[in-house]
Write a protein that binds this ligand. Sequence first.
Ligand code: ZN
Ligand code: ZN
Length: 170
Amino acid sequence: MNSVYVLEAGKVDNFDWIGFENGLQKIFDFRIKKIGPVDVPDFAFNPEKKQYDAEKILLDMQKIEFEDLEKILIVTDKDLYALEYNYIFGQGDCPGRQSIVSTFRLHDKDKKLFANRVLKESIHELGHNFGLSHCPDKKCPMHFSNNILDTDLKEAKLCEKCGNLLAMID
Ligand SMILES: [Zn+2]
Ligand SMILES: [Zn+2]
């Protein structure tokens, strides 16, 4: 069975990785393997924005290869931007091999809320990797998040339509 690799880039503190892996496992029918932490590449840092270019981090991770690698999800504590967006929660090729999620803007005093946000955004980006596009259902993790309120409205469970699509793909 192939694996979905979860690569910690930077240092994500106060985070329940085991709970996170279990949450992903409920959605994606693959082994989940946590690796890292590794350093975020310096060349991805934009000193004017004081943020990291998500594209560049993804590019750097292309060199990662494992025999059983199905997808690789990067989880980073760094603030990310991409093209026309001032910031992004994450990004994932649709379909594709790699995705990235930033925990930077998902923090909350409530650790469970924080963990749940990271899980939902990760399901979203990995969903893109598996070919799922944005979903009109506001409760579905594949719904587009304009802000954290949108993320909090979502559930850590795909809607029926997206769930069926994923089952056909993987
Ligand atoms: Zn999306
Ligand atoms: Zn959906």
